[in-house]
Ligand binder design. Structure first.
Ligand code: ADP
Ligand code: MG
Length: 729
């Protein structure tokens, strides 16, 4: 029996699920939310009041802690952790791999009398020294000058990671090199947030003197697939690449449109409840769960938070989901496109800006047309996307997203903004200096007894095809891939918004200094900006071929592949722009490009090797076994005189042999092109070769294999089929 058929039996027998962690969700969430976080309650209990206040002051007002206070915090923190049964601590940080990193140390030490005690000093809390050369640095670090530091970031809550047999205190940190360059995703995000704060506060002062802080908010929506573990284990491509390199479409896929928001299957429901409880205890304010469009695809979303905390929480959740799934005999696929021909997975990044006065700067209110503060931030955001669509596109470029963008309900590689009809009317009236007439449709259910709580339709409709739609009171950056650390796209978004806002302020101030009245200066500047950035606004169907042509006419970049998109980062005007903002140095930008392009090369190289290996060791042997059976059959038919029947079976044999031949021929070509790619000395060229010469061969080889899957006896086929991966749980 093939591993595949054994796996199917396993599922039916429901083997190997460890649900001992799973507790009924029967308590109000507020009772256990933040249980494993050194949050306000724990801080108050374990820290002296003056220490607590200095800690809060550091977080809220960006004032560094002094070393005595750090020592006191370390003592309180250690006591809190030990009361929770924690034995180890670690800095928890976000290197350029896109994942998180940690190195555990125990609290246990010897005092001067060689007595065992538990200790954590302020210095240990603040700084650790991992070997920087083992993390991707894009050329910034080499093995012979490897020193790097992780530095505690007090703005992110400290938390406890629970395992079945041990607990670890996780201290969020940034990673920098010996000479101070950042080697992680967190430091640039924090820098971009303070840049945006400065620019946005400057602009807010036109409207409200009390605003002295603006923080970008982020609410991500995480899409993922769930697959049974035994089927997963029988697919080397899922294990090593996170996506299927082979697999014919299942007769039933998503065409019945019956999965989105459908009732969640029991086994997956248990798994979701399990990880949600863990997430809530870790202070991740998870709120929404639902089935997504493709079979076995799901989504979860939290309440939005400050962008840096939201980024931490997303990474933590991805890690949790992965671990908890294993307890349920399931595997989670976070890849952007695990299955051909079905929806991919994104991570929609809902982004806005919030003030210390509690205002959401992208909230239009009931009368957006007279809400000049909203119009200012709204138009500035659109303008920023227009000016820097290339950088925004580069910020979401990776090997996985390349398969997703522009296919099956995913936004295309062309960046544009959706405003929605109503808001567009407000913008048009604003631009033309005419009065806005509100002709929005009244919501009418057609049923007298229903209470409809709002009179007007939402200020925007939805547009699932747009990479950057305005969705009522925030922008939703939908083109971000499901597997990534959101910090990079958020950093770029914050930077471009900050830069646009400060440019806007310069223009307005200059008009005011020339005697223009403030409101007129603001309006005139906004109208000018709106006219300039209008080409980026597109409210139609982003999937259509007409849009591709229209976008080209409008001069919008269409950066289709990852190497092409990443190359934008290192164009001189972009390096100059990014370096000017101070968030990145020139070297840091180039190093990040190097890391991203290398990751692309490595991923494609792994896929190329695996396409070949799976073909040679799993597909071709199955086909040959079946071929031999057919050959015997044809010979047998001939022997007993059934010549016409033998001919029909021979034709089947020929079809199979042709596909086999096609496969082998292109596998040989694949090997040649893969080697040719590897021999290129410049990474950009290597990536280009993989993208244009190697990758297209995957599709050709696959198309032969997928046809063979439909012809070969099921009992020989070794790779679990799409219908099994998508419908068995
Ligand atoms: P949908 O799938 O319909 O777009 P969801 O409810 O799944 O909506 O997700 C909406 C996301 O938008 C949530 O994560 C929510 O917290 C987030 N969000 C709402 N308001 C803001 C805001 N002001 N800033 C950032 N994110 C926001
Ligand atoms: Mg959603």
């Amino acid at each position: 029996m093939t591993v595949r058929l054994g796996s199917i039996q396993n599922i039916a027998a429901k083997k190997n699920y460890d649900t001992s962690y799973l507790k009924p969700m029967d308590k109000p969430v507020s009772e256990y939310f933040n249980q494993y976080v050194f949050g306000p309650e724990a801080k108050k209990k374990y820290l002296a009041i003056d220490v607590y206040e200095k800690f809060e002051n550091c977080i809220e007002n960006d004032i560094a802690l002094d070393s005595d206070t750090a020592d006191m915090i370390a003592i309180g923190l250690k006591n809190w952790a030990i009361d929770h049964g924690v034995t180890h601590y670690t800095h928890w940080f976000q290197p350029l791999t896109g994942k998180t990193s940690e190195k555990h140390d125990t609290f246990f030490k010897f005092d001067k009398h060689w007595q065992a005690i538990e200790m954590l000093s302020g210095l240990e809390l603040i700084v650790q020294e991992p070997d920087g050369s083992s993390f991707p640095s894009g050329g910034l670090r080499s093995t012979h000058n490897a020193r790097s530091y992780t530095i505690w970031d007090p703005k992110s809550p400290i938390f406890i990671r629970r395992g079945k047999y041990g607990k670890t205190l996780c201290v969020p940190a940034i990673l920098i090199s010996y000479s101070g360059e950042s080697l992680d995703m967190k430091a640039p995000l924090l820098k971009s947030m303070s840049l945006l704060n400065k620019s946005a506060v400057g602009v807010c002062k036109y409207f409200d003197e009390n605003i002295n802080k603006v923080i970008p908010t982020l609410g991500w929506e995480q899409e993922y697939f769930v697959v049974d573990e035994s089927l997963f284990n029988a697919r080397p491509d899922l294990i090593l690449c996170g996506r299927t390199l082979y697999g014919n479409a299942s007769a039933r896929g998503q065409q019945l449109e019956d999965h989105y928001f459908a009732s969640i299957p029991e086994r997956v429901y248990n798994f979701i409840i399990d990880f949600e409880q863990e997430a809530l205890r870790l202070g991740i304010p998870i709120k929404t769960r639902h089935n997504e469009v493709a079979p076995n695809q799901f989504e979860c979303a939290p309440h939005f938070e400050y962008a840096n905390i939201a980024a931490d929480h997303n990474l933590l959740l991805m890690d949790k989901i992965d671990r908890v799934a294993k307890r349920h005999g399931l595997r989670v696929l976070m890849h952007e496109k695990p299955f051909n021909g079905l929806n991919g997975s994104g991570k929609h990044n809902n982004w806005s800006m919030s003030t210390n006065t509690g205002v959401n700067l992208l909230e239009p209110g009931d009368n957006p047309e007279t809400n000049l503060m909203f119009m200012t931030f709204f138009i500035n955001s659109i303008y920023a996307v227009y000016k820097h669509a290339d950088l925004l596109r580069a910020s979401i470029a990776n090997a996985g997203n390349e398969h997703r963008l522009g296919a099956n309900e995913a936004p295309p590689a062309i960046i544009s903004v959706f405003t929605g009809d109503n808001v567009q009317k407000v913008l048009d009236a604003f631009k033309n200096g005419v009065e806005y007439v509100d002709d929005s449709i009244q919501v009418n259910s057609g049923l007298e007894h229903l209470l409809v709580p709002f009179q007007k339709l939402h200020t925007t409709d939805r547009n699932r095809t747009s990479p950057f739609p305005f969705t009522g009171n925030k922008f939703e950056f939908r083109a971000v891939g499901s597997s990534v650390n959101v910090s990079n796209p958020m950093t770029i978004l914050n930077i471009i918004a900050a830069d646009t806002l400060s440019e806007f302020k310069n223009k307005v101030d200059s008009l005011i200094s020339k005697g223009k009245e403030k409101e007129t200066a603001i309006k005139n500047t906004l109208i000018e900006m709106l006219k300039e950035c209008e080409p980026i606004i597109f409210n139609g169907d982003n999937y259509s071929e007409e849009w591709v042509q229209e976008a080209e006419r409008r001069g919008l970049p269409n950066l289709k592949t990852t190497p092409i998109a990443l190359n934008e980062m290192i164009k001189e005007h972009n390096i100059e722009f990014l370096a000017k903002t101070g968030v990145f140095s020139r070297d840091e930008i180039i190093s990040r490009y190097n890391v991203a392009i290398l990751e692309y090369i490595h991923k494609l190289e792994i896929e190329a090797v695996l396409v070949d290996e799976i073909a040679q060791t799993m597909i071709i042997p199955s086909v040959v076994s079946y071929q031999n059976e057919l050959i015997k059959n044809v010979q047998g038919l001939k022997e007993i005189g059934l010549i016409a029947e033998a001919e029909a079976h021979k034709n089947q044999l020929i079809k199979i042999s042709n596909h086999l031949e096609g496969m082998i021929k292109h596998l040989n070509e694949l090997e040649i092109e893969r080697k040719a790619a590897s021999q290129k000395s410049v990474d950009g060229e290597k990536a280009e070769h993989f993208s244009t010469k190697v990758k297209p061969l995957f599709d050709i080889i696959r198309s032969h294999a997928d046809k063979l899957e439909l012809m070969v006896d099921d009992k020989y086929w070794q790779l679990p089929k799409y219908r099994e991966l998508l419908f068995l749980h």
